[in-house]
Design a protein around this ligand. Structure first.
Ligand SMILES: C=C(OP(=O)(O)O)C(=O)O
Ligand SMILES: [Mg+2]
Length: 415
């Protein structure tokens, strides 16, 4: 009774790129939940469709009423049933009728309303009483590729992971300190640097990929020494954006070179070994399972090889990746697959096969903090949600609050 849905409201709001996105409010008899959908720039081709033709306005004019009339009277606690109803209303296999972003915002708002109906925070409602692990934050400190300008490095994300942090507060401030240190190091190297930032709040330097790798590891070491904790570098190469399918080569425009899959394997392996990379995401095109499998077999024992565009949070594609031993980690972005129950199914499959889930933001974000709760509820060892920027710190600060609420919090374990 407490969690019976009484009203559904959908509105158009701004995202961090100034584009429109959706925010959904769900009112129950005794609760309220609000969630907003993010959007990607370097999207996987097998992600669900974000919005129907006509975008957010079409959802408001044609979809909102259908969803509210179906959902009002249902129990918000019945998350799977509600997600099935959304799928039925959509009637396609990729949410192209109502939009995956519509489905995910409704699905997350319903879960939050259900939790609130019983006066529980979302992480507790979804994760149960025994969860107590806080994920390590992967902070994006330099931006390149599709998240930056033409003179930036080709590699999309230069990440830092404070693996030696003993609590979330120490972890997020360590990432912020690396970001500040990097600003100084970039200023010394790049006379054209104006302090510009990319989509995810990392600096945009006008330097080569190798120069960026050098200062990334220097910043990790110097700040790690100052704080007395281990801080490791990581990358999202977003290599689908580098892949030229006509030439069948990875094109590095900044360095004016291109590489076939074999050369790319060698290149990434060398980067991992030279810079002690802890984490490399999407080192190959989304269709290059073979490249992933080869790299994972060579360096998977010392580095997380994480699939994003290749798996798109899709359980069936992940199953293929598990079969081929293509990766030892995967990105979890709820709006790649469209609902919370489908997201959870993928997390469950990953965990039962020792694939590490990394809950992630998108490059276009809002101040919605739901993924902070999901990362704790899923006991995901990592969350990728930027280092600085209003929409990024919304999640990081929520993790600080969650840690404060837990009776026996501990940083997550990954091995
Ligand atoms: C967050 C990412 O970018 P986008 O949201 O643009 O896909 C990513 O590629 O991991
Ligand atoms: Mg990625």
């Amino acid at each position: 009774m407490d969690s019976v849905i009484e009203d559904v409201r959908v509105r158009k709001i701004l995202d961090s790129r100034g584009n429109s996105t959706l925010e959904v409010d769900i009112l129950t008899w005794n609760g309220f939940g609000r969630a907003a959908a993010p959007s990607g720039a370097s999207t996987g081709t097998r992600e669900v469709v974000s919005f129907p033709e006509g975008g957010v306005d079409r959802v408001l004019s044609e979809v909102e009423d259908v969803i509210s009339s179906e959902l009002i009277g249902m129990d918000a606690e019945d998350l799977e049933d509600i997600d099935l109803v959304l799928k039925e209303i959509d009637g396609t296999d990729n949410y192209s009728a109502i939009g995956g972003n519509t489905a995910v915002a409704v699905s997350m708002a319903v879960a939050k309303a259900a939790a609130a109906s019983y006066n529980l925070p979302l992480y507790r409602f979804l994760g149960g009483n025994f969860i107590n692990e806080i994920p390590y934050p992967l902070g994006n400190v330099m931006n390149g590729g599709a998240h930056a300008g033409v003179h930036a490095p080709d590699i999309q994300e230069f990440l830092v992971i404070p693996t030696g942090a003993s609590n979330i507060s120490e972890a997020v401030f360590a990432n912020a300190a690396v970001s500040k240190k990097l600003k100084e190091l970039i200023q010394n190297k790049d006379s054209r640097f104006t302090g510009g930032k990319g989509d995810e709040g990392g600096w945009i330097p006008n330097i080569t990929n190798v120069a960026a790798l050098e200062i990334q590891s220097q910043a990790c070491e110097e700040v790690g020494d100052e704080l007395g904790i281990s801080i490791k570098p990581g990358l999202d190469m977003a290599a689908s954006e580098l892949w030229d399918s006509d030439k069948e080569r990875y094109v590095y425009a900044q360095d004016n070179v291109s590489k076939d899959t074999g050369e790319q394997i060698e290149f990434v392996k060398d980067i991992i070994e030279t810079y002690g990379m802890f984490y490399v995401e999407d080192p190959f095109d989304e269709s290059d399972f073979d490249g992933f499998t080869q790299l994972n077999s060579i360096v998977g024992d010392k580095c997380l090889i994480c699939g994003d565009d290749i798996f798109v949070t899709n359980k069936d594609i992940l199953a293929e990746g598990i079969e081929k031993k293509a990766a030892n980690a995967l990105i979890i972005k709820p709006n790649q697959i469209g609902s919370l129950s489908e997201t959870y199914a993928t997390v469950k499959l990953a965990k039962t096969n020792d694939i590490i889930p990394v809950v992630s933001h998108r490059s276009g974000e809002t101040t919605d903090e739901t993924i902070a709760h999901l990362s704790v509820a899923f006991s995901a060892p990592f969350i990728k949600t930027g280092a600085l920027g209003g929409e990024r710190i919304a999640k990081l600060n929520e993790l600080i609050r969650i840690e404060e609420e837990l009776s026996n919090p501990t940083m997550a374990k990954w091995d």
